[in-house]
Design a protein around this ligand. Sequence first.
Ligand code: ADP
Ligand code: ASP
Ligand code: MG
Length: 415
Amino acid sequence: MRIIQKYGGSSVATLDLIRDVAKRAITAKNEGGEVVVVLSAMKGETDRLLTLASDMHPDPSPREMDNILATGEQVSIGLFALACQGYGEKVKSFLGFQAGIKTDDQHGRARITDLNPARLRTELAKGRIVAVAGFQGIDRHGDLTTLGRGGSDATAVALAIALKADVCEIYTDVEGIYTTDPHICEKARKMDRICYEEMLELASLGAKVMEIRSVELGMNYGVKIHVRHAHSQASGTLICQEDSDMEKTPVRGITLSVNEARVTLLKVPDQPGVAARILSLIAKAGIIVDMIIQNRSFNPGPDQNNWTDFSFTVPLTDYARTTELMDAAVREIGASEVIGDDNIAKVSLVGMGMRNHAGVASLMFQSLARENINLSMISTSEIKISCIIEKKYGELAVRALHDAFELDKQAPKTV
Ligand code: ADP
Ligand code: ASP
Ligand code: MG
């Protein structure tokens, strides 16, 4: 049995917790497993390093930033190895590049392009526990890279693929995947299983319990991912292929994201090519647009021209750059003004079963209306509905929707 165990920041927040994690890895090995442990930086460390860098320079260069950020995980694996040695266990720790993790050169959001775990295999064969620093790799220039926030999950799943592990265990500070963030809604219910597609959608809409690329990788290679609590023996949630035994329900989960901002161009001429021009400026800057809304006004102005307002959302981290770009281009585009709002939240319902249930959107809108929450943008796909609302109502909206769809029940509402 070959096992990958990944422990997140809160699970290695103190020396005592690292000792507990070491004991857990040793137990798994004593039960006959070959164990590879992937560690995150200690809780709060990555944020501390980010602040240090931006206090040193207002616009830190991505390459230097990665040299700084990669240290967090380095400390964790060293301490973990010492804890194992303290228990008389054979162990060796490896940085991403020593573990054979190659990435592209997109500093701060690198993708794993190749993984050659030869050294890890040798150490496992010698009966050692192997510890690998999450969230990092090396690019073709020999420079350190990091994989983006939450990236240790991707390290773990990639190692599970490369080492053909039997299971990839993701240990965290909650007991598994819940119907919504249990820290927001106390009625959130833990699921025994969830399919890759739904987990991917939840992750991309803000459920940070699993990082999105790790789910994508797991789905593409069929990795059995078990999400569970680092300091409890209870079994957690299995992320796996959809099958006929899975709970039948239109809505599987609810997410909240407060990491986006809206930009609106007012009074844009209603002509072909305008949306393309706006979005190509944004795309050229490498900014990813999520929701887009344009609704032509059917009330022509005194000059008989039609106008439209054009709104879109971008990640909060790109908000300032986006408004600068649009301010610079407003005249060329022919709009009258650019306005922005970073005081928004996106609340989303996710579920494969939504495809066959017409009433989901109307129950969602009714429930939000009952709380007097105004919807400023709506977007839908086959398996999700998202609404943009005022940020201060985000958590209230999650709880109201969780009640309305009875997600605390094993057999929730069919609509
Ligand atoms: P780690 O440090 O272990 O990587 P994260 O903080 O990245 O942990 O992810 C765990 C957190 O994800 C939980 O504490 C919880 O607040 C949040 N979360 C959001 N949505 C969900 C969900 N649907 N199920 C479980 N946890 C969720
Ligand atoms: N330490 C990194 C972060 O905080 C990576 C991770 O924890 O997965 O985002
Ligand atoms: Mg995480």
